[in-house]
Design a protein around this ligand. Structure first.
Ligand code: ADP
Ligand code: MG
Length: 394
């Protein structure tokens, strides 16, 4: 697979698919991290005298009204400031305005097209990878660079579609993400400790199965642990459980007992609100109305013990309902231990990364992955759809 630096881009029309999906409130960008992170790749193309066409999605577009709050116009202005280069915004996703703007570009010019998801109002053409749309967008460029890591696990017209019809490669952001994930799968620093939590069990069982042979220990906490605990015969009260996965969890646990570590005590509550009660319970003492909310003190201490001497840690999924202050202790303590550790720490997942930022540790880690779903699917051993067409030889 080629990287942006492998192409001769001089005077060529280069489409760069970025992930500029930033939060916008009342027309103001409230966090420009994703724009900042995209600058380096765009700059390489600009400095190489390419005619740079930037594309991205922003939010979800289900109705005409969604368009007003999800235009990329403010993003193009911010990008222009950060690049220190004019960025011409074209408020269409296709048609004569787009074609004219591109036809009149000079070497080194940068333009940005409107939000690719505006095409979802035409029968989901973007999100369902409509071949007509992919082919059309591909016709606007000569080289395609995919730098939107967070969408690699989806086949959309603006990634898989375009890449199917013109030569392409990856940008620096995608390269950085893939390099770290390859390192985890192929040459992890040992001992490798995997920590999983969060809400959805089904998304992460594949990760356990793929990583269990490489990992030295896998800790399962957060909302995920209750399906395992229930599968092993514990009462879990009203805790979140995926009843369709009980058999599978039981089988995985029995097979890898020596590697899988589960909580021994839990902070249980009465509702997912700040008004909830909170009580420490051993896993054998969870009552019918209890909801498992956070890791207990003994469990948090076990977790600390697991991390002693770790070479590499990969963590996805908060340890508790950290959005509620009284249930954030497991997540906060884990972040403290990880930031004090000598291990290479890799954090994946939108909510997990948000917790790392919220509790003030984000600069202490080896890598914080920007793509939740894409990271998990990669760690499950799946070939990411967005990469597949980029592997073709032209
Ligand atoms: P990520 O986005 O990092 O991949 P997930 O989306 O899988 O993580 O899970 C994050 C959510 O998991 C958080 O909103 C958190 O409140 C929730 N969560 C953590 N522990 C529990 C629990 N015990 N019960 C219910 N939800 C939980
Ligand atoms: Mg999430």
């Amino acid at each position: 697979m080629k990287t942006i630096v492998d192409f001769n881009m001089s005077n060529k029309r280069v489409i760069i698919r970025c992930d500029l999906n930033v939060p916008i409130e009342n027309g103001e960008i409230t966090d420009d991290t994703r724009i900042r992170e995209s600058v380096e790749t765009i700059k390489i193309a600009h400095n190489a005298d390419a005619k740079v066409i930037v594309m991205s999605h922003l939010g979800r577009i289900k109705t005409e009204e969604d368009k007003a709050n999800n235009s990329l116009l403010p993003v193009s202005k911010r990008l222009s400031e950060l690049l220190d280069v004019p960025v011409k915004f074209v408020s269409y996703t296709r048609g004569p305005e787009v074609e004219l703007a591109i036809a009149s570009m000079n070497k080194g010019d940068v333009i940005m097209l409107e939000n690719t998801r505006f095409e979802d109002l035409n029968g989901n053409m973007e999100s369902e990878n409509d071949p007509f749309l992919g082919k059309y967008w591909a016709s606007l460029g000569e080289i395609f660079i995919n730098d939107a890591f967070g969408t690699l696990h989806r086949a959309h017209a603006s990634n898989v579609g375009i890449a199917t019809y013109i030569p392409g490669g990856i940008g620096l952001l995608v390269k950085k993400e893939l390099d770290v994930l390859h390192e985890v799968l192929e040459k992890p620093k040992k001992p490798l400790i995997v920590i999983l939590g969060g809400a959805k069990v089904s998304d992460k069982l594949g990760v356990i199965e793929n990583l269990v042979t490489k990992a030295d220990k896998i800790f399962i906490g957060g909302g995920m642990c209750f399906t395992f605990l229930k599968a092993l015969g514990h009462n879990v009260g009203e805790s979140v459980v995926d009843d369709t996965k009980l058999e599978l969890c039981k089988r995985i646990y029995e097979q890898y007992k020596d590697k899988i570590v589960l909580p021994t005590d839990i902070v249980v509550g009465s509702s997912f609100t700040p008004l909830s009660s909170a009580r420490l319970a051993s896993i054998d003492d969870i009552r019918p109305n209890d909801i498992g909310m956070d890791m207990g003190v003994r469990t948090v201490d076990n977790l600390r013990g697991l991390l002693v001497g770790a070479g590499m840690v990969i963590w996805n999924g908060p340890m508790g309902v950290f959005e509620i202050e009284r249930f954030n202790i497991g997540t906060r303590k884990l972040l403290d231990y990880l930031s004090a550790s000598y291990a290479k720490v890799i954090i994946g997942g939108g909510d997990t990364a948000a917790a790392a930022v919220r509790f003030g540790h984000k600069d202490k880690f080896y890598h914080i992955s920007t793509g939740g779903g894409a990271t998990l699917e990669f760690l499950e051993g799946k070939l990411l759809p967005g990469l597949e067409p980029l592997m073709k030889k032209w």
